[in-house]
Design a protein around this ligand. Structure first.
Ligand SMILES: [Cu+2]
Length: 481
């Protein structure tokens, strides 16, 4: 298999570099990816209307399931060419305020959709226009950044696919958006968060879905090479993705190309993405996608091989074009240690009023009323919507930073940076090749080094993407000036 030999060589060289150099030498992973031609000036801009409201649809066995969505197509997929302008006309018809965050997009700060930090929340009945050019190819989720545990929990999200990264066309392009739902046995929503979950691994859903369907069956040409785009938009669960019935190679992480290497399994935390190229089997055979992070593997979706078998020769997945992210200047990087921990003690959410009554001070729909988590011992305050905390770090524009992300907890944390994309360098626990990521999964007690050039000015959120962890303290601001 051509891919494994080439990938092992690339991986070996990268690993050798990691072992022998104080810092990963960025040149190792990059040259083997083809360089993109400049984007076509004729690629059309895209305008979409996103109307957030409750829609009653046939879903999960119910004729009138109350999903919250941006569109009648309840899981909207926006496709746009790299370098084009996306204009999203957002109208909020929910009974509570909302906003749209464009996860992983290196956009201007004012378009980032974070209430109180980059914009006022969009009140019920109000509208807001987001407009930006998309600088990177790949797959990105967009979702509410207000009362996210409930709004995302009820389905308020979509997928943004930025095209223009394929050096050779694949035979099919399939999307799997992974999300659990918190439903009782009658299909009704139950509490989106419980303290026992929020203070641990997260409150998991009770019903699995892919593309808002239970174990969907998709189809692709037999013998073909299929681009399989996997994305989690779950609030909490980390899936351990595995494939049965097909050869597979990793071609992108969080939308950004890597030198293809053989796929075994991949931990996909909240908001993380993984692009695979899979070789479909013979006509009539089926490929299965599983979550192995369970006592028994959980089937997520299947793909049936259709039609006469294509003759594609030995499995040799086409690489995607090289990412356009500025390469960090590792030789001159400033190192910062960032520790993710539990809070020393839970912060009370009630204040005492004269006369002995108490009042809950957490009146914001964007914030939880409890704190369990901290970053560098700082907890995002409960009244952060009224009094934003000082930035965790002040970063100098265009300076390269090397963050040492340290997890002192016994739980996993997918750590997300807004407005920038990390180059993942190395871990004390895992041997992954260097790759780009805007959301880095920290395993229990893991220490990961990432680097990035702070080239996007503004106040950027930096937080755990287990929504309950963010809403109970594991959230901060990085200021780039
Ligand atoms: Cu977390």
């Amino acid at each position: 298999m051509t891919v494994s030999r080439r990938a092992v060589l690339g991986l070996g060289a990268a690993m050798a570099a990691l072992g022998s150099l104080p810092y990963y030498a960025g040149a190792v992973s990059r040259p083997a990816l083809p360089q993109r031609r400049t984007p076509s000036a004729s690629a059309p801009d895209v305008t979409v209307n996103l109307l957030a409201k409750e829609r009653r649809v046939r879903l999960f066995g119910k004729p009138d399931f109350p999903v919250w969505s941006y569109h009648d197509d309840i899981l909207p997929i926006i496709r746009i060419a790299r370098g084009s302008r996306l204009t999203a006309q957002f109208k909020n018809e929910l009974a509570e305020h909302s906003s749209i965050h464009w996860h992983g997009i290196r956009l201007p700060n004012a378009m980032d959709g974070v209430p109180y930090v980059t914009q006022p929340p969009v009140q019920p009945g109000d509208s807001h226009t987001y407009s930006f050019t998309v600088p990177d190819t790949g797959l990105f989720p967009f979702h509410s950044h207000c009362n996210t545990v409930e709004q995302l929990g009820r389905g308020l999200a979509g997928a943004l696919i930025v095209t223009g990264d394929e050096s050779r066309p694949y035979d099919a392009d399939l999307l799997c958006v992974i999300k659990d739902w918190r439903l009782d046995e009658n299909g009704n929503f139950i509490d989106f968060t419980e303290d026992s979950g929020a203070a641990k691994a997260g409150t998991f859903g009770t019903l699995r879905s892919v593309n808002y369907k239970q174990t969907p069956m998709m189809a692709a040409p037999a013998g073909g090479d299929v681009r399989l785009r996997l994305m989690s938009i779950d609030n909490s669960r980390v899936n351990l993705i595995g494939i049965r019935g097909a050869e597979a190679a990793v071609i992108a992480t969080d939308g950004q190309a890597v030198i293809p290497f053989p796929f075994t399994t991949w931990r996909l935390g909240s908001a993380m993405r993984l692009d695979l190229c899979i070789r479909m089997p013979k006509p009539g055979q089926t490929v299965h996608i599983y979550d192995y992070f369970a006592p028994e593997p959980v089937l997520l979706a299947s793909i049936t091989a259709q039609g006469p078998a294509l003759q594609r020769g030995a499995f040799d997945p086409a690489p995607l074009y090289r990412p356009d992210i500025a390469e960090p200047d590792l030789a001159n990087a400033i190192r910062r240690r960032i520790e993710f921990s539990a809070t020393a003690k839970p912060t009370p959410n009630l204040i005492e009023l004269p006369g002995g009554q108490t009042m809950n001070i957490s009146d914001s729909l964007c914030l939880s009323d409890k704190t369990f988590w901290a970053i560098n011992k700082e907890t995002w305050p409960e009244d952060g919507h009224q009094r934003l905390p000082a930035p965790l770090l002040n970063l100098v524009r265009d300076q390269t930073y090397l963050f040492e992300l340290v997890n002192t907890t016994p739980h996993m944390h997918p750590i997300h940076i807004h407005g920038h994309t990390f180059l993942y360098l190395r871990s004390n626990k895992t041997s992954l090749p260097p790759h780009y990521a805007d959301t880095v999964l920290l395993k229990p007690k893991e220490r990961i080094e990432v680097a990035f050039k702070a080239d996007n000015p503004g106040d950027w959120m930096f937080h755990c993407h287990i929504i309950e962890h963010a809403e109970t303290g594991m959230m901060s601001i990085l200021r780039v000036t």
